[in-house]
Design a protein around this ligand. Structure first.
Ligand code: NAP
Length: 279
């Protein structure tokens, strides 16, 4: 198997950390972005000296991204795979969400992919058969209430990925999306910590129920190996699909996303709301 240079954003925790560890174990060189060091990253770094290159930047800092990536990749020569992974969840109903929260969601999940990808493209063009893997979500194809800003950001990731793939066709740079459902990671705790206080507002009863649904969903989340195994497969493949749903029940997701009439989905949600009010 050929060893590749792979850049992953957001490797401090969760899926980014899991992908970095398993790709290093497979012998690849990983360029991983972090905002700050933690014990796991330091341990990984000392396990793979010379093959894990840590870049420190916030994905909202376009200049920091460009200078860090250019300096590192000028040294390595070329980039074979870019994995745009860094992301956050800013939960809450759109009506009561602060504009700062909404903008942060878009900056971290969408604009960052534009900045990182554009910084990497000159180096991806130097590799034959290079790939970009963008971390979308089931929330990129299904719009759920109280997760509005996140869903909007992931829908944007879907469109951005299709556009990059079509614009980069002359250079054979493929763009693939992962659309995971719930996967065990730090994102759950982080999003609960971020939950806006809507307990006294008009959405209070629904919000309480949405919060307990988050806890229940987290318990049933899949292990990150479903993502690392898929990423390893995509990296090896000559031809990949453009999108991969990673879920316990992918057929159900496809049904809801592409076949269920909007009004039926609305009616199902409204029925849930009625049940919540009756409690
Ligand atoms: N876990 C799931 O169920 C799930 C499902 C579908 C899609 N996804 C997507 O998978 C990706 C990874 O999520 P995860 O579950 O692994 O969550 P996670 O454990 O919270 O990891 C998110 C990573 O993004 C980094 N990050 C966040 N804001 C950043 C910023 N402003 N600048 C630089 N780095 C930043 C975090 O760094 P810090 O430690 O510095 O914050 C962390 O390394 C996200 O795009 C997420 O939307 C996850």
């Amino acid at each position: 198997m050929s060893r590749k240079n792979i850049l992953i954003t957001g490797i401090s925790t969760g899926l980014g950390y899991a992908m970095a560890s398993c790709l290093l174990e497979d012998g690849h060189t990983v360029i991983g972005s972090i905002r700050s060091h933690n014990a796991d990253i330091d341990a990984l770094s000392s396990l793979y000296p010379g093959r894990l290159h840590l870049l420190t930047f916030d994905v909202r800092d376009n200049e920091g991204i460009k200078s860090n990536i250019e300096a590192c990749l000028a040294d390595l020569g070329s980039l074979d795979v870019l994995i745009n992974n860094a992301g956050i969840v800013v939960p809450g109903p759109l009506e009561t969400m602060k504009i700062e929260g909404f903008k942060k969601q878009m900056d971290v999940n969408v604009t960052s992919i534009f900045s990182v990808t554009n910084a990497c493209i000159p180096f991806l063009k130097k590799s034959s058969q290079s790939k970009i893997i963008n971390m979308s979500s089931v929330s990129g194809i299904i719009s759920n209430p109280f997760l509005g800003a996140y869903c909007i950001s992931k829908h944007a990731v879907e469109s951005l990925s299709d556009i990059y793939r079509r614009e980069l066709l002359p250079w054979d740079i493929d763009v693939v999306m992962l659309q995971p459902g719930p996967i065990k990671s730090a994102i759950w705790k982080k999003s609960i910590d971020q939950m806006a206080d809507v307990s006294a507002g008009p959405y209070a009863p629904y919000w309480k129920s949405a919060t307990s649904l988050v806890h229940k969903t987290e318990k049933k989340a899949l292990d990150p190996t479903v993502i690392t195994n898929l990423v390893k497969k995509i990296i090896r493949q000559k031809k990949s699909k453009t999108r991969y749903i990673v879920h316990r029940n992918p057929l159900m997701i496809r049904l809801v996303a592409y076949w269920l009439p909007d009004r039926w989905f609305d009616a199902m949600i409204k029925k849930q709301y009625r049940k919540i009010l009756e409690k």
